[in-house]
Each structure stands twice: as C-alpha cells, then as structure tokens.
Design a protein around this ligand. Sequence first.
Ligand SMILES: [Zn+2]
Length: 78
Amino acid sequence: MSSLCKTAEILKARVRAELRVYADAIAVLQNHSIAALAALDDPRESFQKAHELAEHARLAYLASRRKLNEHIASHGCD
Ligand SMILES: [Zn+2]
C-alpha cells in the first residue's frame, strides 16, 4: 500500500519529468549517431552536442531519483 506524502509526490513527478527529458535526449542522440555513422566526413560537433545533452539529462534524472529515494528513506512515507 502506497502512502507517499505531498513532498514525495512532487519529487516523484519531478523524476517522471526528468525521465521524459532523458528519453527525448536519447532519441536525439540516436538520430545523431545514425547520421554520424552514415557520414564519413561527419557532423561530429552535433553528435558531441547531443551526447552532452543526453549525459546532462541522465545526471538530472539520477539526481531527482536519488532525491526521491532519500526523502522516502528519511521520511518513511512509502
Ligand atoms: Zn514524505
């Protein structure tokens, strides 16, 4: 039985939002990597940029998830 408090619900919504951003960033990265693989004289810069954005989104997602887990652990509102 789940009984997350208001704060945990907000943190959980944040995790979902960050995960959505991360998923989008992966999709963009995938397009760029396909383009980079296809082109021999490739747009390396755009791939690098997409990779950095995806990495940034990944860290934001992990941070939000950690924040939620820490809250639940300290508050006991699971
Ligand atoms: Zn709580």
